[in-house]
Design a protein around this ligand. Structure first.
Ligand code: ZN
Length: 247
């Protein structure tokens, strides 16, 4: 089955200024997959999705079912049903009554972290981590470990989520592999969205695993992809996300 390359309207193309980034987005975030994610999503599901993301941003961890019951006023039966639907949409991972992840964040340790407002949150992959500044409207520092040498990589992004303020090491590159998502990107495609300290280590890593097709991106271009994917996750009126709840 060959997916037709088309631009999904669920991505924010206004932040994409680069042809290579556009090509990568079309291949990585196919219109078909974005439709599975967002088509027909209910107001209840959106409200819960928002609360899950706010929980991660404010506490570094996802809310529990009881937290969600308090914040949304919904019954546990309705909440479970919506959370299962969000899982089928591949917006969250919900296992044994626990929210394990919600793109871009993970409750379990990963090799990618994002620091914002004094909190350090696990991110599912490098692109997710880089898209967090755009989504939240806060300055972030992304940290990742090179899969070849474990050298620490640091990328600081401004609050618009589009401008890189600092990268270390300077030669950092991001690899975004195209692979079958099988309903859960976190367990498939995201496993090969990685930051490398240099091109040489990216090439060594690719040789070691016949890495298939993918896109080699500068941190700037990878951040543009992250912004295009994650800006639509939060309504513009919510941005910047308030780091302490007001109600
Ligand atoms: Zn390295």
């Amino acid at each position: 089955m060959k997916a037709v390359m088309a631009r999904s309207s669920y991505l924010d193309w206004s932040v994409v200024s680069d042809g290579y980034v556009a090509k990568a987005l079309e291949a990585l975030m196919t219109a078909e997959r974005m439709a599975d994610r967002w088509d027909g999503i209910t107001p209840q599901e959106l409200a819960i999705h928002r609360q899950v993301l706010l929980g991660f941003v404010r506490a570094g961890m996802p809310p529990t079912l009881n937290d969600l019951k308090m914040s949304t006023g919904q019954t546990l039966v309705d909440l479970r049903s919506s959370l299962r639907s969000l899982q089928r949409r591949d917006l969250i991972l919900f296992e044994d009554d626990v929210i394990v992840a919600a793109y871009p964040f993970s409750a379990t340790p990963t090799q990618h972290h994002v620091s914002l407002g004094g909190r350090r949150i696990n991110a599912i992959c490098a692109i997710d981590a880089l898209g967090t500044a755009a989504m939240t409207g806060h300055e972030t520092t992304v940290q990742s470990a090179c899969p070849e040498c474990e050298r620490q990589i640091k990328v600081s992004i401004n609050r618009d989520g589009l401008e890189i303020e600092a990268v270390s090491p300077k030669a950092t590159v991001i690899w975004a592999a195209v692979s079958d998502v099988n309903g859960c990107a976190a367990k498939t495609q995201c496993q090969s969205m990685l930051a490398f300290c240099c091109d040489e280590h990216l090439e060594t890593w690719k040789r070691g695993r016949s890495a298939g097709t993918g896109f080699r991106l500068t941190p700037e271009k990878a951040t543009q992809i992250g912004a295009a994917v994650f800006l639509p996750f939060v309504h513009s009126t919510d941005r910047p996300i308030e780091l302490t709840p007001t109600s």
